[in-house]
Design a protein around this ligand. Structure first.
Ligand SMILES: [Zn+2]
Length: 359
């Protein structure tokens, strides 16, 4: 039985989203969440997944969403980020079904200071729900990992109670996912903050599951944001297995040995083995951003280098001084080259996660 026997093609929310993640967890694969900043990158992600018969997650970051609305718009009070995320989600809703695959629309990291962005997207979900019976987005991510655990859980619960009745999933983060900007010393593997404890996972699971089962957890297991030289990232994805066992034991019903939906943040540059271990321990979603950005760029770079002599003037190239170059500098031509290399990289991410031939 494939995914399309369980959920329909197009944007999935609510029960269908839970079924999709359950299917992934059961069959030990994860779905990549591709950060998109334009219709071009959205289309590349959708095309990539369609051509290898797999579901995909389209994800908008706060900055990516503002970019969709336009760099010329003010982002005072998160206005551009709200407008851009909503416009991006509406665009995905308009085209997703035509690609014939299940698509999840998700918003990425939202820290406490960005909550007006979150509020704006939830308001759009509620408005869409009133008219259509489903939320605009499939899911949202709230990152309050910099706050105390108590505050993190409290604010998440507040939003969870608004999102659950619409069938909108909440992804939360606990523990610190290190990053370049945080100045984390990745060799300090004993830093307990980089590794979420099983008790914390249970505390979240217990509190959230009283409201809904539509939630996922990004736990810290030594992950870092951005790309690091090989060997600098010391992941311990086996810890996720310990978390699952702890929650299953607490639940004590013997039904589900992996009750938690885990999400993998900061996975760029991790080994195949680490990814496989994470996925076998219930990771159903992995964020992909840095590597697809590079892939998008490299396609354009190669195109320019290959066609350089046709891209210096509007008229005139090695074939003659009056030969037009329009077909070389048409954005549909050079942007397409960026899309082609991004498509390949998205498909690579899918392969790494076992997200191939799943329909
Ligand atoms: Zn994160």
């Amino acid at each position: 039985m494939g995914i399309l026997d369980i959920v329909p093609a197009g944007v999935v929310v609510g029960d269908d989203l839970r079924k999709l993640f359950e299917y992934a967890r059961e069959h030990k694969f994860a779905i990549p969440a591709i950060n998109c900043t334009s219709t071009s990158t959205i289309n590349a992600a959708l095309e990539a997944a369609r051509d290898i018969k797999s579901p995909i997650i389209i994800q908008f970051s706060n900055g990516g969403a503002a970019y969709i609305a336009g760099k010329g718009l003010s982002n005072k009070n998160q206005e551009a980020s709200v407008i851009g995320a909503v416009a991006g989600a509406q665009y995905v809703r308009a085209v997703a079904k035509a690609y014939g695959i299940p698509v999840v629309i998700h918003s990425d990291h939202c820290a406490k200071k960005l909550l007006p962005w979150f509020d704006g997207m939830i308001a759009a979900d509620e408005e869409y729900f009133k008219a259509n019976g489903v939320p605009l987005f499939s899911s949202h991510m709230l990152d309050l990992s910099e706050e105390s655990k108590e505050e993190n859980i409290e604010i998440c619960l507040k939003y969870l109670k608004r999102m659950a009745p619409m069938g909108c999933l909440l992804e939360m983060e606990i523990g610190i996912t290190g990053g370049e900007e945080d100045g984390v010393n990745n060799e300090d593997v004993d830093n307990a903050a980089l590794y979420t404890q099983p008790e914390d996972i249970w505390e979240i699971y217990e509190a959230f599951s009283k409201v809904t089962d539509l939630f996922s957890i990004a736990a810290a297991f030594g992950n870092v944001h951005g790309v690091y030289a090989p060997g600098n990232v010391r992941l311990h994805p086996e810890l996720l297995g310990d978390h699952q066992a702890h929650v299953a034991k607490k639940l004590g019903n013997g039904e589900q040995t992996k009750p938690v939906f885990f999400v993998f943040h900061g996975g760029s540059g991790s080994t195949e083995q680490d990814i496989a271990t994470a996925v076998s321990n219930g990771v159903v979603k992995m964020n992909v951003d840095t590597d697809t950005q590079w892939a998008y760029w490299i396609g354009l770079k190669n195109y320019y280098e290959d066609k350089k002599e046709y891209l210096q003037t509007q008229v005139g190239n090695p074939e003659g001084p009056s030969k037009p170059n329009k077909k070389y500098y048409d954005p549909r031509v050079f942007i397409r080259e960026a899309e082609k290399t991004m498509i390949k990289r998205v498909q690579q991410a899918c392969k790494d996660l076992g997200n191939v031939d799943r329909l």
